[in-house]
Ligand binder design. Sequence first.
Ligand SMILES: Nc1ncnc2c1ncn2[C@@H]1O[C@H](COP(=O)(O)OP(=O)(O)OP(=O)(O)O)[C@@H](O)[C@H]1O
Ligand SMILES: [Mg+2]
Length: 408
Amino acid sequence: MVNKQKITNSKLTFENQFLDIDEKKYLSVSADELLSQHLLITGVTGSGKSSTALTIIERLKKGQQNVIVLDPTGEYQSIPEVHRVVLGDDAFFDISNLSDLQIAQFLNITNKYLLDKLPTAIKSLQIQHNIIGQSGVYRKINRQQSEHDRFLSQLKLSDKYFDLNLLANQLQEEFILPYADERADFTLLGQVYDNATIAQVWSNLNDLKQTLQNEQVQSLLTRSNNSKIVHYDIRYLLRLFITRRASKQSLVVDLSLFSHNKQLNKLIIDILTNLMMSIRENYPQEFPVVVLIDEAHRYLTDITNENQGIFSIVREGRKLGLDLILSTQSPMDVPVELIGQFGSLIIHRINTKQEIQRLMINEDIAGLIATLSVGEAYLKTNQKKSLKRIKSVFSEINHDTSNVSFDL
Ligand SMILES: Nc1ncnc2c1ncn2[C@@H]1O[C@H](COP(=O)(O)OP(=O)(O)OP(=O)(O)O)[C@@H](O)[C@H]1O
Ligand SMILES: [Mg+2]
C-alpha cells in the first residue's frame, strides 16, 4: 500500500547546482526539500528560468528519477537520453481514452443540443464500428429499440474506438422523433428527423464538420496512416513513464506544433495533467515523478476550468507523488490561491513590486530582485523560511545531442 502522506525523492541532493553568492559556497539541497511541495520558477524573459529548470532535470536524471517535461516550444531538445515525442506528429490522443467532455472540448462543441446528443452519438458510432463492423453512420430511423438495446449490451468496455470523422453526420442521426400522428410506433428509436432542431443546430454541425477536417485536429486525435512511423498514444506513454521506475529515459512531450493556438494549448496541458493525475490515482507507486511545465504563463492566464489539470496537480499531486516544477515569467500569472501551495521558489529577476508581493515573501528584497543578473536568483525551499541569493550553475548540455531511441 502506498503511503498517502508523502512519497519522497529518495536521498537525491543537489550539491553543485546552486552557488550561495553571499557565502561563496554551493548549497546542499535535497530533492525532497526542493520539489516535494512543488517548485515555482519565476523571472522575466531571459532571466534564466529554463536553464535553471534544465539543470534540475539533469541532476534528477542522473539520479534516475522519473521526469516528464511538457515543452511548449520545442526548447528541450537537447537533454540526452530522453524519449521525446512531438504531439501532432509522432504522438496523438487516442479518442478511445478520452471522455465525451474532452472530445467536446477538442472539437469545440459548445451548442447545448449537440452536447446533449454527443454521448449517444459516440455510443452509436461505437456500435457501428465494434458490433456491426460497417463503415458509415449508425442509422437510427426505423430501428427497433430492442435491437439497439441488444447492441448496447454487447458493447464491451474496450469497444471505445469509433470513426471520429463521422461525428457530425452521426449527431444529425440522433435527432429523430416518432411520427406525430397515429402512425407513431414507440417500439422504434424514431421514424422521422427532428427537422426543427436540426435546422437550429445546422450551422454548428457545419462548424463541426470543418473542425473535423482541420489538419491540426486530425493530427492530434487520429492515428497516422503512415505505417512507417511509430505513432504513440500519449496516454500509453504517460502511463509507462509514470508507473515504471525510470532507469535512464525521461519523457519530453513537445507541444510546439500547437504553440500558436492558445486555446488548444491550454486544453492539451489540461488534458495531459489530468491524465497524469488519473494514471497516478489508478496505479499508485512508491516513487515520485517530477513534472516540468515550462512557460506556464501560456496556460495560466484567465482562470477558467481549463486550468484545472495544473490546479489539481498543485493541490493534490503531492499525495500521489507528482511533483510539479512550474516555470512562468510573472508571479501574476499564477492565481493567488495557488502561489501558497508552492513550497519552494526560485525567483530570477523580476522588475515590479507588485509581482514580488504576489510571491508572499516576508523579506523586503524587491530592490535586490530587480537587479539580479542572468542565472542569479533567490531560492526558498519548503523547509527553510529564509531566502538565499544563488547563482544557478549553467547546464552544459550539448544542444545537438540526438535522442536515444526508446526500446518499447
Ligand atoms: N545560470 C546561467 N549562467 C549563465 N548564463 C545563463 C544562465 N542561465 C541562463 N543563461 C543565459 O541566458 C539565456 C536565457 O536563459 P533562459 O532561456 O534560461 O531564460 P528564460 O528565463 O527561460 O527566458 P524565457 O522566459 O524567454 O524562456 C540563455 O540562453 C543563456 O545563454
Ligand atoms: Mg524559458
